[in-house]
Ligand binder design. Structure first.
Ligand SMILES: *Cc1c(COP(=O)(O)O)cnc(C)c1O
Length: 304
């Protein structure tokens, strides 16, 4: 299996309001236009393991707009696995063509099982997993959001030797897998700052399980009310960022992280002379789904 994972370019971001701070953005989003940078990193060693253990099917879980579902579907198509997506929400069964993420996943050959929110909550119970085994046969299980030990190993390849001079590494946080990899491959002279995209007091503990260093911190002021919750300020920020820097951010993860980084710089929270590297983890495929929702509410759209 060939993974085309290069060391992604760091692009300087001009900061007219803070000339004493250097900010670069690592373009992990460039790994693939539809597959989030970090989701591909997280899949790499899992797919190698699945293949080595003789599995031909991957099964995973996700919501209707999940970057992870899109990534697993595409990876399955690319590397020759059948894929099964267990999707939260029974009502979506006849809305596949209206949902850009599910439509893409289906075009990649993913088979779906739609389940109620109640069952979804218990999706990793032995009982439910046995039901899935009876229905689909043997499969390699990838957890929701893709985070496990092998996923973190993949994310340990995001930072390279040439990134060693940055003082801060900033990343969006969902389940905490990506930041765990970043912490593990960071230098002790660096501080890793995580910007959770959701309210989750459990995150600190989850990340602590995967890392042994303490050069990291979660900044919990920029989740905008919760997972996939956004407001007009965030949309305006993403649109302005695109106009000024010609880089697309996504509303669920990287938009919030970047908003937070800019806000902290403006509030002089970084010492003068700081060199900051923010990771663009991707997520662009989620924009059209978010825009559908914004359109329904008659709110300004994210420009793409
Ligand atoms: C999933 C995702 C994240 C969060 O990654 P975790 O490893 O779950 O913390 C961040 N950014 C994007 C674009 C994602 O799709």
């Amino acid at each position: 299996m060939i993974f085309n994972l290069k060391d992604n370019e760091n692009i300087p971001i001009k900061l007219p309001f803070a000339t004493d701070i250097t900010l670069f953005l690592k373009r992990e989003d460039k790994i693939h236009s539809f597959i989030s940078g970090n989701k591909y990193r997280k899949l790499k060693y899992n797919l190698l393991e699945a293949k080595q253990s003789g599995f031909t099917k991957l099964l995973t879980f996700g919501g209707a707009y999940s970057n992870h579902i899109a990534a697993v579907a595409f990876a399955g198509k690319t590397f020759g696995f059948k894929t099964i997506g267990v999707i939260r929400g029974e009502e979506l069964v006849d809305k596949i063509t209206q949902n850009p993420t599910l439509r893409f996943a289906q075009e990649c050959g993913m088979e779906f099982k739609f389940i109620s929110r109640d069952i979804y909550r218990d999706k990793t119970s032995t009982e439910f997993l046995n039901t899935l085994k009876n229905e689909f046969g043997a499969f390699y299980l990838i957890p929701e959001g893709g985070t496990n030990t092998l996923a973190i190993k993949g994310c340990e390849e995001i930072l390279t030797e040439s990134d060693k001079d940055f003082d801060y590494v900033c990343s969006s946080v969902g389940t905490g897998g990506t930041i765990s990899g970043l912490i593990n491959c960071s230098k002790l002279s660096q501080q890793v700052l995580g910007f959770p995209a959701l309210k989750g007091s459990f995150l600190h503990e989850d990340i602590s399980k995967f890392v042994s260093k303490s050069n990291w911190k979660l900044i919990e002021d920029y989740h905008f009310g919760g997972y996939a919750k956004i407001n007009v300020h965030l949309v305006a920020f993403i649109n302005t960022f695109k106009k000024q820097h010609n880089i697309q951010l996504d509303p669920v993860y990287t938009g919030k992280m970047m908003y937070g980084v800019f806000n902290l710089i403006k509030k002089n929270k970084f010492p003068k002379g700081s060199k900051i590297l923010a990771i663009h983890t991707g997520g662009i495929q989620g924009i059209s789904g978010m825009n559908k929702m914004l359109k329904k509410k008659n709110l300004p759209l994210i420009e793409i």
